[in-house]
Design a protein around this ligand. Structure first.
Ligand code: IMP
Length: 429
C-alpha cells in the first residue's frame, strides 16, 4: 500500500492523529500537504505529551521521515518552537524532517490582516487567527507572497520585504479605520532581521520535497498523507465561505505535495461518533441543549489551537456520505464512541428537509445549508462504559447497532472503532 491518506470527513478534530499513530509503523514517510499551524494535534511519546499544530503527527516516530509539503503555509517561529519542544522531550528531528522550499511563509502582517478582518462585523469566519487565510490569499495573488526557499537569500528577502511591508501597512491602515482596530505599522527591516535569523535555523530542513516523495515512491517506500482540518472545511467542497483556505480533501495531495493521485491507493476517512465544529457556519445537527453540553464535557471538546469550546451535534450521515464520496474513502474509522455512553437515545441524521422537500444530498453552500432541517432516526443508547472494550462483541448490542447503522448510511466498512484516547483503546473489527 505505497500511498495512504488519513482524512477527516467532518469539520476537523476527528482524532485523525490516533489513526496516524496506529498506522505509524507501516510507513516510511508521513506528509502534511495543506493548512498550517491551525491543525492542533496532541501526541504522546517517551511518556510525554506534545501539543503540535504544524509538524506532522509522524514526527514522533524515529523510523519515519516527516515532510511538510509545498501546500502548507509555515510560520517559522512556530516551526522552530515545535522542533525545540520535541528536542527538549528527547525527540531530535534533525535529518528526519523536511520542509518544502515551495511552502509559503506566514509573516506578522498576515496575522494582523486576519485580526483586522475578523474584528469587522461583516464576514466573520471564526478563524484560528494564525494568518492562514491571508497567507494563502497572497499565494494566489502572487505579488506579495514569499516562499520558504526565498528566506535563504538575505538580499532578495530584504528587497521583497521592503516592497511588501509598506504596501501592507497602507492596506491595514485602511482596514483599521476605527479606534478598536488600531494597529502599529510594521517595520520591514525588523521583520527581515527576524526572518533571516529563523532562516539560519530552518535551512537544514529545507528541501525539494516533491522530488523527495517521487523518489520515495519509485523506491517502493510507503507514504502516509495526513490531511489537516476536515473535508467540510475544504476551500472548494466545504461549507463555503465558512471553510479554511486550503484543499483538505485528498485532492490537495497532488498539488500540495507534488505527488500524483495514482500513488494514493488507500483513503481512510475518519469520523467522530457525533459531530463537532469550531468557528462560524451552518451546522444542521447542532445541539443547543444539555445533551450537547454533556458530549462537549465528556469528549473534552475544546479547540487544541484556540481553546474555544467546540460546537457539538448528532452524527450527520448526509454530510459524511458527501465527503466520503469526494474523498474516495475506502473505509471509515469511528472515533470517540465511548463519549456517547449514558445517553438514553441517540440520533442519526439520515436526510435533510429544505422548504418541505426531503433530500439526501448535501448542499455545501452555507446559505443553502442554513435552511436545512435534519431528519433523524433514533437509536437506543447504552449505559455501559465502553473504554475497556477491545472487540465488537465486548460492546453492548445498542452500540454495535449504532456502528452498523453508521456503516450502512455511509456505505463503507468500519475498520476501526475507538473507545478511548490510548492506542490500546481500539477495536479493529
Ligand atoms: P482558518 O483555517 O484559521 O482560516 O479558520 C477557518 C475555519 O476553519 C474556522 O472555522 C476554524 O475554526 C476552522 N479550522 C481551521 N483549522 C481547524 C482544525 O484543525 N480543526 C477544526 N477546525 C479548524
Amino acid at each position: 500500500m505505497p500511498g495512504t491518506c488519513v482524512v477527516g470527513l467532518q469539520w476537523g478534530d476527528e482524532a485523525k492523529g490516533k489513526i496516524v499513530d496506529l498506522l505509524g509503523d507501516q510507513f516510511d514517510f508521513v506528509v502534511r500537504y495543506n493548512g498550517g499551524a491551525n491543525a492542533g494535534h496532541t501526541v504522546v511519546a517517551n511518556g510525554k505529551t506534545f501539543k503540535l499544530s504544524l509538524l506532522p503527527t509522524g514526527v514522533i516516530r524515529s523510523n519515519v521521515h516527516s515532510v511538510i509539503g509545498n501546500g502548507v503555509v509555515v510560520y517559522p517561529p512556530r516551526f522552530l518552537e515545535e522542533v525545540d519542544t520535541l528536542r527538549a522531550g528527547s525527540i531530535d528531528v534533525a535529518g528526519a524532517l523536511s520542509l518544502s522550499d515551495h511552502a509559503h511563509v506566514i509573516f506578522p502582517y498576515h496575522m494582523e490582516e486576519e485580526r483586522l478582518a475578523e474584528s469587522a462585523v461583516e464576514g466573520k469566519i471564526g478563524t484560528t487567527g494564525r494568518g492562514i487565510g491571508p497567507c494563502y490569499q497572497d499565494k494566489v495573488g502572487r505579488r506579495f507572497a514569499i516562499r520558504v526557499g526565498e528566506l535563504l537569500h538575505p538580499k532578495h528577502l530584504r528587497e521583497r520585504l521592503n516592497l511588501i511591508v509598506p504596501f501592507k501597512n497602507r492596506l491595514m491602515a485602511a482596514f483599521a479605520n476605527d479606534q478598536a482596530d488600531a494597529f502599529k505599522p510594521l517595520d520591514a527591516g525588523r521583520i527581515a532581521d527576524d526572518y533571516l535569523g529563523f532562516a539560519q535555523r530552518i535551512r537544514p530542513f529545507v528541501a525539494d520535497t516533491s522530488r523527495m516523495l517521487q523518489e520515495a515512491f519509485s523506491r517502493g517506500k510507503r507514504v502516509l498523507f495526513e490531511a489537516a482540518q476536515g473535508s467540510l472545511l475544504d476551500v472548494d467542497h466545504g461549507t463555503y465561505p465558512y471553510v479554511t483556505s486550503s484543499s483538505s480533501l485528498p485532492s490537495g495531495i497532488w498539488s500540495g505535495a507534488g505527488v500524483p493521485a495514482k500513488n494514493v491507493q488507500r483513503v481512510i476517512g475518519v469520523v467522530k461518533a457525533y459531530t463537532t465544529r469550531v468557528g462560524q457556519g451552518p451546522f444542521p445537527t447542532e445541539l443547543h441543549d444539555e445533551t450537547g453540553e454533556r458530549i462537549r464535557k465528556i469528549g473534552r471538546e475544546y479547540g487544541t489551537v484556540t481553546g474555544r469550546p467546540r460546537r457539538v451535534g448528532w452524527f450527520d450521515a448526509v454530510a459524511v456520505r458527501y465527503t466520503a464520496a469526494l474523498a474516495g474513502a475506502d473505509e471509515i474509522t469511528v472515533m470517540l464512541l465511548d463519549v456517547l455512553s449514558g445517553l438514553s437515545e441517540l440520533k442519526l441524521c439520515t436526510a435533510y428537509e429544505i422548504d418541505g422537500e426531503r433530500t439526501q444530498h448535501f448542499p455545501s453552500d452555507a446559505f443553502q445549508l442554513e435552511r436545512c432541517k435534519p431528519v433523524y432516526e433514533t437509536i437506543p443508547g447504552w449505559n455501559d462504559d465502553l473504554t475497556a472494550a477491545r472487540t465488537l462483541s465486548d460492546l453492548p448490542a445498542s452500540a454495535r447497532r449504532y456502528i452498523d447503522r453508521i456503516a450502512e448510511l455511509a456505505g463503507l466498512k468500519v475498520s476501526v472503532v475507538s473507545v478511548g484516547p490510548d492506542r490500546e483503546q481500539t477495536i479493529q473489527p
